[in-house]
Design a protein around this ligand. Structure first.
Ligand SMILES: O=C(O)[C@H](O)[C@@H](O)[C@H](O)[C@H](O)COP(=O)(O)O
Length: 243
């Protein structure tokens, strides 16, 4: 069962998510010694990181393992990189440990322009981190497009339908840039908590489909749930089609 948290506007959505983020991460650290968090791009995902930079509460950033749900396969210094945006918004301001930051290789990284090798590398680092299994992340953050896409999983695409591989390369994304590397739906689905950060009336139909269980191949957001909690942080405009 999904929980829906409605805020007046995008700022309220981000503030509510930041408050809950501080609680969930510190609780995971108390219970298990560290917390694993999958970051997302998009305006709300990056605004959340900026809010955490202002107020981290009791989070011990040296015991947070950081992943990305997807990234654009472009050079490291391209402003389109989710990683670069996250570094600027938060990661270079808090004491995360470099060995705990699991970034997706850029197109000028260790594998050069070989996107399949870069995707395989991310998959193998995930599985090593999970001691041979796909990890169960404490928290997977997600933005969402108006057609319901999450990570780089777009409606009616092979990447969205993938049920075996944890990571796939996308070379023809309908939203530019075309080349991306993404976690697949079964990986998101293993996270303890899955959160959607959504603002804007153009996303209302997708929010309703996600919350009420639409066709997951048409609405990628409906394909994933947390094993402990699925939370939709939405503004009033994005909530208008909810029952
Ligand atoms: O990979 C991408 O092209 C974007 O990162 C995208 O997935 C984004 O997260 C959503 O479209 C939500 O974006 P907003 O939060 O800006 O609405």
């Amino acid at each position: 069962m999904s929980e829906v948290v409605v805020g007046a506007d995008a700022d309220a959505v981000v503030a509510a998510a930041a408050q809950r983020f501080r609680e969930v991460v510190t609780a995971a650290q108390s219970e298990r010694g560290s917390a694993s968090v999958v970051l997302t791009g998009g305006s709300n995902g990056i605004a959340l990181l900026a809010a955490l930079r202002e107020d981290s509460g009791d989070i011990d950033w040296s015991h947070v393992d950081i992943f990305w749900g997807d990234d654009r396969f472009v050079p490291a210094d391209d402003p389109e990189r989710n990683e670069g945006q996250a570094i600027a918004a938060l990661l270079d301001r808090v004491p995360v440990r470099p060995e705990r930051v699991f970034s997706i290789e850029p197109s000028d990284g260790r594998f050069g322009d070989d996107i399949e090798a870069a995707a395989a590398d991310y998959a193998s680092r995930l599985v090593s981190y999970g001691d041979g299994e796909i990890p169960r992340f404490d928290l997977h953050l997600l933005g969402m497009g108006g057609e319901g896409h999450i990570n780089s999983l777009f409606p009616h695409t092979p990447a969205l339908a993938e049920q075996v591989r944890p990571v796939v390369a996308v070379t023809d994304s309908p939203k530019p840039p075309p080349r991306r590397i993404t976690l697949t739906a079964p990986v998101v689905d293993r996270a303890r908590q899955v959160w959607f950060l959504v603002a804007g009336g153009e996303k209302a139909e997708a929010v309703a489909a996600g919350v009420t269980g639409g066709d997951p191949q048409q609405w990628p957001c409906a394909a994933v749930h947390g094993t402990e909690a699925t939370v939709w942080f939405v503004d009033r405009a994005a909530a208008t089609d909810l029952p």
